[in-house]
Write a protein that binds this ligand. Structure first.
Ligand code: FES
Length: 429
């Protein structure tokens, strides 16, 4: 599909957010080719455990195998097409069995038994035909326990695809004294009534928090100040909210790094090393595991968000991960997960849980503000008001070296410009 006329270095045409044909092409050329996050290995611990996941428009199953490996299958019966598994997750036992006519499959998708098989004799659908087996994703790989699949046989390897964005998973796991995280198996799911690209742009948009989240941030700041005035120490979770109302100058001083495949990093974080007893106990465990120098390196990484384009937002210092599953040009499902640091004290996990509930959950005052902006953006772009969406902020001011665009200003729209550069590359394939 030709999209060159829709994307210019400093602006894009509104139809990239609204047009059904463009959305269909995105699913085919981006989501059904790139490496897409399926889930964490700890979601499927035992042989037969499965987790259903959508890749582009394809219903897939991540399944733990008897030998410990993980396979990703199309959730589609080779007989008459019924989805073999109807639940989001569970354990299939030793075989996947279709509920319609009881064809059964090994956990890696190979056909195991076809009931009343004599009825297929002398037809094409005998068990030696590979079409009798459930189809597998072309490629499956994982990085530090995070499992990805690509539906394309050709293309970059997972490490090549992730590139610099690997730090999202390194930063999360390195904060565990055991070097691993474990999924907390409760996922918030939200359907935003807007295009998936609004979410990806918003994650590294440092211009919006002081406006969009002003009321929440200011209210939390007032409580923090009052608690301090009364001689107390405000709990850290007030800081999670008050940080959103940081000044423009503070947000502008934060740098974004933007990588060739559209991935990006918003640097800096909101002071996550308080010197309370819980933090000291945690740091002692890390120091024992890695030594002081490594511990300092791991706890000092300058990260707010890492984006794996086109669908993942990871806040590694607080073990948060949000994954997009686009449904239509104006509908996007986001899965909101968080993780435990293996071997870390419970108090450190509670910080992650607070952030999960206070900032990322469907009930939070933060995410709700964003959702309203994106819905109104969708409505605005569906109108005939104007044709172009502006990404001019600090255009011409970015520094680029070896394909990596570093913004000089945190509020630069370099993020969006870079994402659309990657988008155009995918769409031209
Ligand atoms: Fe699955 Fe018939 S559709 S066994």
């Amino acid at each position: 599909m030709k999209v060159d006329h829709l994307v210019e270095p400093d602006r894009v045409h509104r139809t990239v957010y609204t047009d059904q044909a463009i959305f269909d092409a995105e699913m085919e050329r981006i989501f059904e080719r790139a490496w897409v996050y399926c889930g964490h290995a700890s979601q499927v611990k035992a042989p037969g455990d499965y987790h259903a996941v959508t890749i582009g428009r394809q219903p897939m199953l991540m399944v733990r195998q008897p030998d410990g490996s993980i396979q990703v299958l199309y959730n589609r019966c080779p007989h008459r097409g019924v989805q073999v598994v109807g639940n989001q997750s569970g354990n299939a036992g030793s075989a996947l069995v279709c509920s319609y006519h009881a064809w059964s499959f090994h956990l890696d998708g190979r056909v195991r038994a076809i009931p009343l098989a004599q009825g297929y004799e002398n037809t094409r659908m005998t068990r030696d035909n590979p079409d009798c087996s459930m189809k597998r994703a072309a490629r499956v790989d994982s990085y530090r326990g995070f499992v990805f699949a690509s539906l394309a046989a050709e293309g970059p390897s997972l490490p090549e695809f992730l590139g610099e964005a690997k730090v999202a998973f390194d930063d999360m796991c390195d904060r565990s004294p055991e070097g691993e995280v474990e999924v907390v198996p409760w996922c918030h799911r939200v359907i935003q009534q807007s295009n998936w690209k609004f979410f990806m742009e918003n994650q590294l948009d440092a211009l919006h928090p002081s406006v969009t989240h002003q009321s929440t941030g200011i209210a939390a700041s007032r409580v923090e100040r009052r608690l301090k005035a009364e001689g107390g120490t405000p709990p850290l979770y007030y800081h999670y909210l008050s940080a959103f109302a940081s000044s423009f100058a503070q947000w502008d001083s934060v740098q974004t790094l933007n990588f060739p495949r559209g991935h990006g990093i918003l640097k800096a974080y909101m002071g996550l090393r308080p010197q309370d007893a819980d933090t000291k106990a945690y740091e002692a465990l890390l120091e024992r595991a890695y030594g002081k120098e490594k511990m300092e390196e791991y706890l000092s990484r300058s990260i707010h968000h890492v984006l794996v384009y086109p669908y993942l937002s990871v806040q590694s210092p607080l073990q948060q991960l949000r994954c997009l599953r686009p449904i239509a040009p104006d509908r996007t499902l986001s899965e909101i997960w968080h993780f435990r640091l293996k071997g870390a004290p419970e108090a450190i996990y509670r910080r992650s849980l607070w952030y999960f509930n206070l900032v990322n959950s469907p009930a939070t005052m933060i995410n709700a503000d964003d959702l309203e902006n994106w819905t109104r953006a969708q409505w605005g772009l569906q109108s005939n008001g104007l044709d172009w969406v502006s990404f001019h902020r600090w255009y011409g001011d970015d520094q680029e070296e070896d394909g990596v665009v570093a913004s000089r200003h945190g509020t630069s729209e370099a993020v969006m410009r870079n994402q659309f550069r990657a988008w155009t590359g995918y769409m031209a394939q």
